[in-house]
Design a protein around this ligand. Structure first.
Ligand code: SF4
Length: 369
C-alpha cells in the first residue's frame, strides 16, 4: 500500500506545511521554476535519510525514496516525527480529511466518527495552493459541513487564488440552509461537486442506515436547496442488503424528482470501520443479483442523468455494463487478488480495497481472458 504518512525529523514546535522538491540544490538553481517559500529542496541523501532545506528550515525524510515524494505537499507534525502527504503530486486521489466529527452513524461507515476535532483549515488552504496544475482535490470527513463557515471560506479563497483547481466534497447534506445562499454564492459552482449519499426512497430505510431520525426529510429539503443554488450534486448510494430491493424505486424517484443531479453513483461497500463490523449483514453480492442494479442504472440513464458503478470489480459486472464501472478505488488503497493474475481487464479494473476480506463474498469473480 502507498504510505500516506511518513517519518520526518524537523526542528520546529508547531505543525507546518512544506512542499518537497526532490531535485538537488544545484539543479534547482538551473531550473527556471522559482522555489516557493513553502518549498524545501533536496540537499543530500544518505543512509540516515534525505535532507531538504527551504525557507522554513531543514527537514529530514526517512524511509522513502525522495523521487517518490517529489512535489508532494506535507503537513509535518514535528513533535510526533511524522508527516501526512496531503497532496501526492503523482496521484489523482488526494483528499483532505477535514474533520472526524459526524452527526450520523452510518451502518457501513468506513471512517467511524470521533468527538475530537482540530481545525486544520489554514494548513489545508496552504496545501491546496501548492497543488499541481489542474488538480481536483477531495474534501472528506467525518462531516465537513459541521465546520461549514470555515469550509465555505476555504473553498472560496482557494478557488479565487487558483483558477485551475476544483474540489469534490463529500457531505451528508444535512447542514445546508437558505442562510448559506450568500456564502455559497461566492464559491464558483462549476468547480465544486458535492458528493451526497441517498440510500433509499423510503425514509425509514435511509434513516436506519444513517442512524439519524429525520435525516431523509432533511436531505430532500437540502437537495432542493442545492438545486435552487445551481450546485453540482453527485448522488451516492452504497448498495447493501437493506436497500438493494428498493434500488429501482430509488432510481424512479431520482429520474422523476431529482433530474438536476449531475451524477448518480451506485457503490459497492468498503470492508473497514463499521463496514467491517456489519459486513455479514450488509454486503450485497452484486455479482449474483445484478439485475436490480442494471435496471436502475438503465432507467436513470434513459432520463439523461449519468449513472455509474463505483468500486465494482469488473468481472462481477455483466459485460454490457463494464464501461460504466470506472476504477474508482484510490490508488493508495487499491489491491488485486490471486484471481486477478492474467486478467485481461486488470489495467482498467479498480480491483479491491486493500482490506477486502479473503472470503470476498462475490459468487462470480475471476480473471477475464
Ligand atoms: S479478475 Fe481482478 S482484475 Fe480482473 S476484472 Fe476481476 S477483479 Fe478486476
Amino acid at each position: 500500500m502507498i504510505p500516506l504518512r511518513i517519518k520526518v525529523e524537523a526542528n520546529a514546535d508547531q505543525p507546518f506545511v512544506v512542499r518537497l522538491r526532490s531535485f538537488e540544490t544545484a539543479v534547482c538553481e538551473q531550473r527556471t521554476e522559482q522555489l516557493n517559500p513553502f518549498d524545501a529542496a533536496l540537499e543530500r541523501v544518505g543512509p540516515e535519510g534525505a535532507d531538504y532545506v527551504g525557507e522554513g528550515g531543514p527537514i529530514r525524510i526517512l524511509g522513502i525514496d525522495p523521487s517518490k515524494v517529489d512535489g508532494d505537499v506535507l503537513l509535518v507534525n514535528p513533535r510526533r516525527g511524522t508527516a501526512d502527504r496531503l497532496i501526492r503530486s503523482s496521484s489523482q486521489h488526494n483528499t483532505f480529511l477535514v474533520t472526524e466529527r459526524c452527526d450520523q452513524i452510518c451502518l457501513m461507515c468506513s471512517q467511524p466518527p470521533k468527538k475530537h476535532h482540530v481545525d486544520l483549515f489554514p494548513h489545508f488552504q496552504t496545501a491546496a495552493l501548492l497543488a499541481p496544475e489542474g488538480a481536483t482535490i477531495g474534501v472528506s470527513g467525518g462531516e465537513p459541513t459541521l465546520s461549514k463557515a470555515q469550509l465555505f471560506r476555504f473553498l472560496q479563497s482557494v478557488l479565487e487564488a487558483r483558477p485551475d483547481l476544483s474540489f469534490h466534497v463529500l457531505t451528508n447534506g444535512q447542514h445546508f440552509e437558505e442562510a448559506d445562499r450568500d456564502a455559497m454564492g461566492h464559491i464558483e459552482r462549476g468547480r465544486v461537486v458535492w458528493g451526497i449519499p441517498l440510500y433509499s426512497r423510503d425514509a425509514g430505510v435511509h434513516d436506519e442506515i444513517v442512524g439519524k431520525a429525520g435525516a431523509h426529510a432533511r436531505l430532500l429539503e437540502n437537495l432542493a436547496l442545492m438545486c435552487r443554488l445551481g450546485a453540482q450534486v453527485e448522488l451516492r448510494t452504497v448498495l447493501m442488503r437493506p436497500n438493494a430491493d428498493g434500488l429501482f424505486g430509488l432510481a424512479r424517484f431520482i429520474a422523476s424528482t431529482l433530474p438536476f443531479i449531475r451524477t448518480w453513483a451506485v457503490m459497492q461497500m468498503e470492508n473497514i470501520g463499521y463496514g467491517r463490523m456489519n459486513w455479514n449483514t450488509l454486503f450485497y453480492d452484486s455479482s449474483e443479483g445484478f439485475d436490480v442494479v442494471g435496471r436502475s442504472i438503465d432507467l436513470v440513464r434513459s432520463r439523461g442523468i449519468d449513472a455509474w458503478l463505483y468500486n465494482f470489480p469488473l468481472c462481477t459486472v455483466p459485460e454490457g455494463y463494464r464501461h460504466l464501472a470506472p476504477a474508482t478505488i484510490s490508488d493508495w488503497k487499491r489491491a488485486y487478488r490471486e484471481e486477478c493474475d492474467g486478467c485481461s481487464l486488470k489495467a482498467r479494473c479498480g480491483g479491491f480495497f486493500e482490506w477486502h476480506p479473503a472470503n470476498h463474498g462475490y459468487s462470480n469473480l475471476g480473471a477475464i481472458q
